[in-house]
Every structure is written in structure tokens, then in C-alpha cells.
Design a protein around this ligand. Structure first.
Ligand code: PBG
Length: 323
């Protein structure tokens, strides 16, 4: 007599498989990225991200309406300013493009959670996420501008601040700045584990945020993709400084890190399914080489299985349509 386990018993029908499925995608988990652009009228498709657009202030509410009608409850907003300068004034001025967009969106959709990406790279003439001096991206000086940006975004109505500029101490600085301004109830979603990744390529086209002066990459402030323990140190620091959420970014090539972080933090964990991940799937699907819907499902459910609670994804609308 052969002795073995019959795992196939639990796979005999769709209903049986539904019964024993361990991980589920929910609309509540999805965060849709939105780009607002001060330099265009109407909307413009991002060439390396088919189906994703930059919107003018005049056209952005059409997109928000669609997002809300699909049952998605949160967005993360990125801006492209009219002008760039060395200190990224467009990121923190009261009438910056993101501040105007947040006011408009929250006025029309007060229930929608608006997360503000807090960084300088789309707004600095250097294309760096902080202040560049003598070829170095300065840490502590950059914190001042980042904090100003966060406070102005919350003043405009942002519900959550998501700092992504990868300076040390940014959570502490922003927490202190928000508290001083009376915003002690506004959570911080830290891009705690942000790798220096080529998977951000299409985003940098979309938001015109590539380094233009000084170092050609962000390797002195974003993490080395080869490192795992360093990710845990980043999370520990951000927790100590007061982060309310932590993020791992990119997602698909870093699911081991996602799981490790899940096992080390009690905070809600966010996966960022980034622009390059979207572009690869779209390109292969456009060629008829893969089944897009299935590949997207497997990718996102994999992020949740690895421990993510929430997923920022350019596929959010597509997925919400199927749920
Ligand atoms: C800003 C920022 C970036 C992304 C999110 N916030 C670009 C970068 O760090 O170069 C990338 C998002 C994506 O690729 O989808 N610092």
C-alpha cells in the first residue's frame, strides 16, 4: 500500500478552492496613484504607462469621480509643478499644484482618503529628493523643506503624509512639524524601505523627477537592493520616530523583504507596486504574451501573502472593476 497525503482533495472544484483560499484582495486594500500636472491642459497619457495619465487641475475631478465610483477609498497624489528651483519651492508653497489639487478633491469628495507623497524630486531643478550642495544631497537641511511640504499639504486637506525622500530622520522632523502646526492626528505613512531601483523609470518620465545635476542616481540616500537587514533597521528607526504605516518599495522583486518586515512590525504594512512593474506587465500583455488579469491578480495576492495590508498600484482601478 502506497502511503501519501491527498492535497488535491481541497482543489476539486471552484467552490472548494474558494473555501480554503488563505489570502484575498479587497477594494479597501487598494490605493490608486494620481498625477496632477500644472504644465498641461486636459490629460496626457504617460507613454511608458499605458492607461495612466497626468491630469490638469481642470480635468482631475473626472478621474477622481471614476476612482470613487469604483469603490476605491484612497488615492496617493503626485505633482508636476510649473517651475522648478534649487529648493523645490513648488513642493511647499500654499498655492502649489498639489495643494490646489488636494483642496479641490477634498471639497468635492470629502470622504476620499487623500495621501500626499511628500518629496522634493519633482520640484527641484537638480531632480534630487533633497537640497544639493557641492555634489552632495544634504540630509538635515533637506528635512526643513520636507517638513514645510508636509505641513502645507495637510493645511490643504491631505489625510495622510507619505514621505518618500529617504533622508534620515524625516519621520521625526515631519512628526514634530505637524504636531507644532496642530496636526497631531494626521498619520505618517513612511516609505521606510525604499530601494534605489530601476523599477522607478516610468515614474520618473511621468513626473520628470530624474537626477539632472550632481549624483546621477539616488544611491547615497535610497537603499541597496542587495540588503535585507538594513531594511529592518530602517523600519525600526521609523517606528521609533513615530511612523503610523511603513512601506516596502518596489514590491515584486522584494517580497522576501516584505515578509521580513511583516514579521518585525506591528504597524500596517504597505506594498508599492511601482511604475516599472506596471510597465512590464502592460508591455507583455500588449504583445499577447501573458494573461494580464491573471498576472496582476497573482502579483497583488503575492504581495498580500508576503504580509502587505495595503497596496499602492496603478492597477487599482482595473482590479476594483473585478472585485
Ligand atoms: C518620489 C517618488 C518616486 C516614486 C514614488 N515617489 C520616484 C523616485 O524615488 O525616484 C516612484 C513610484 C513609481 O515608480 O511608481 N521620490
Amino acid at each position: 500500500m502506497l502511503e501519501f497525503d491527498r492535497h488535491r482533495r481541497l482543489r476539486t472544484s471552484a467552490a472548494m478552492r474558494d473555501l480554503v483560499r488563505e489570502t484575498h484582495l479587497n477594494k479597501d486594500d487598494l490605493i490608486m496613484p494620481v498625477f496632477v500636472d500644472a504644465t498641461i491642459s486636459g490629460r496626457e497619457e504617460i507613454s511608458s504607462m499605458p492607461g495612466i495619465y497626468r491630469y490638469s487641475l481642470g480635468s482631475i475631478l473626472d478621474e477622481i469621480k471614476e476612482i470613487v465610483s469604483l469603490g476605491i477609498k484612497s488615492i496617493i497624489i503626485f505633482g508636476v509643478p510649473e517651475k522648478k528651483d534649487e529648493v523645490g519651492t513648488g513642493a511647499w508653497e500654499d498655492n502649489g499644484i498639489v495643494q490646489q489639487a488636494i483642496r479641490l478633491i477634498k471639497k468635492n469628495y470629502p470622504e476620499l482618503i487623500v495621501i500626499a507623497d511628500t518629496c522634493l524630486c519633482e520640484y527641484t531643478s537638480t531632480g534630487h529628493c533633497g537640497i544639493l550642495k557641492d555634489g552632495v544631497v544634504l540630509n538635515d537641511e533637506s528635512l526643513e523643506y520636507l517638513t514645510k511640504t508636509a505641513v502645507s499639504q495637510v493645511a490643504a486637506g491631505a489625510d495622510i503624509i507619505a514621505p518618500s525622500n529617504a533622508m534620515d530622520g524625516y519621520v521625526a522632523a515631519i512628526r514634530q512639524g505637524l504636531d507644532k502646526a496642530g496636526y497631531e492626528n494626521t498619520p505618517i505613512m513612511s516609505y521606510a524601505v525604499k530601494f534605489a531601483s530601476s523599477f522607478y523609470g516610468p515614474f520618473r518620465d511621468a513626473a520628470d523627477g530624474s537626477p539632472k545635476e550632481g549624483p546621477k542616481d539616488r544611491k547615497t540616500y535610497q537603499m541597496d537592493p542587495a540588503n535585507r537587514l538594513e531594511a529592518l533597521r530602517e523600519v525600526a528607526s521609523d517606528e521609533k520616530e513615530g511612523a503610523d504605516f511603513v512601506m516596502v518599495k518596489p514590491a515584486m522583486a522584494f517580497l522576501d523583504v516584505m515578509r521580513e518586515v511583516r514579521n518585525h512590525t506591528l504597524l500596517p504594512l504597505v506594498a508599492y507596486n511601482v511604475s516599472g512593474e506596471y510597465a512590464m506587465v502592460k508591455a507583455a500583455a500588449a504583445n499577447g504574451w501573458i494573461n494580464e488579469e491573471q498576472i496582476v491578480y497573482e502579483s497583488l495576492v503575492g504581495m498580500k501573502r508576503a504580509g502587505a495590508d495595503l497596496i499602492i498600484t496603478y492597477f487599482a482601478k482595473d482590479v476594483a472593476k473585478k472585485l
